[in-house]
Design a protein around this ligand. Structure first.
Ligand code: CA
Length: 247
């Protein structure tokens, strides 16, 4: 069994031999014609672990969606050359499962209805808070992953519908936050889950927001509960946590 406890102190300088694992990036298409907003979003989404491709108008968005493979798309509704709803309707013909979030400057019910009818998965009205946007994107990505329907990893199985976890058929007692953290780690298994992702997922589910120490406490509890599951939650220093099956 490999060691899963690196020192938690991230303030010390990163050693040369720290394992170099970066959060796996999700490829995101951002269709937004407001250049300042697009710049800000590209930077912030990049910081949140997304690889962002920016389209300044609907025609470019439509072209990129047909030529490249994306994990998720954020489409402004009011776009030049081809509006966001038309881009959405077009991409739905070939990619029915692509998670799509719409942005609109107006809080118009008509837009929301038209967007959902055109196949949008979620909808955010400008102005919006960036953490809310990221939390919604992450929720869409979790929903879009097939592992979410029923995940089996090591001797652990998760039933997202009833929010129950079983180890070798025995139910684990988990608090709401422990469940959310476990589900996040399992759905992104073999990828680093950052502390920011954990905090954002928790705050998206409501309840009080915990600090960095509180994440470590929850990780510690989960490790104890998963001792018999054949799973390891590894600390990737300065980045976050990684769930792996025991070697
Ligand atoms: Ca616009």
């Amino acid at each position: 069994m490999m060691s899963n406890d690196f020192p938690e102190n991230t303030s010390q300088a990163e050693d040369q031999d720290t394992c170099l694992i970066y959060p796996s990036t999700m490829k995101l298409l951002l269709a937004e014609d407001d250049a300042m907003l697009a710049d800000a979003l590209t930077t912030q989404l990049g910081g949140a672990g997304f690889e962002v491709e920016h389209a300044p108008n609907g025609a470019v968005a439509d072209y990129l969606l047909s030529k490249q493979s994306f994990d998720i798309a954020v489409l402004d509704i009011g776009l030049p050359m081809m509006d966001g709803l038309s881009v959405l309707k077009h991409v739905r013909q070939t990619q029915p499962a692509l998670p799509v979030l719409l942005l609109s400057a107006r809080d118009a019910l008509d837009d929301r209805v038209a967007g959902l009818q055109a196949g949008a998965d979620d909808y955010v009205t400008k102005p919006f808070d960036f953490p809310e946007l990221v939390a919604r994107l992450q929720a869409l990505l979790r929903r879009s992953q097939p592992a979410n329907s029923s995940a089996l990893l090591g001797r652990l199985s998760l039933d997202p519908t009833s929010r129950r976890a079983l180890v070798a058929g025995e139910p684990l007692e988990l608090s709401g936050r422990e469940w959310t953290l476990l589900e996040l780690l399992v759905n992104q298994r073999d990828k680093v889950v950052t502390k920011e992702q954990i905090t954002q997922t928790w705050s998206a589910e409501g309840g009080e927001t915990g600090g960095g120490n509180s994440i470590e406490v929850y990780i510690h509890r989960l490790r104890r509960k998963l001792e018999d599951a054949g799973l390891v939650i590894r600390t990737v220093r300065g980045l976050g946590y990684l769930m792996e099956t025991e070697a």
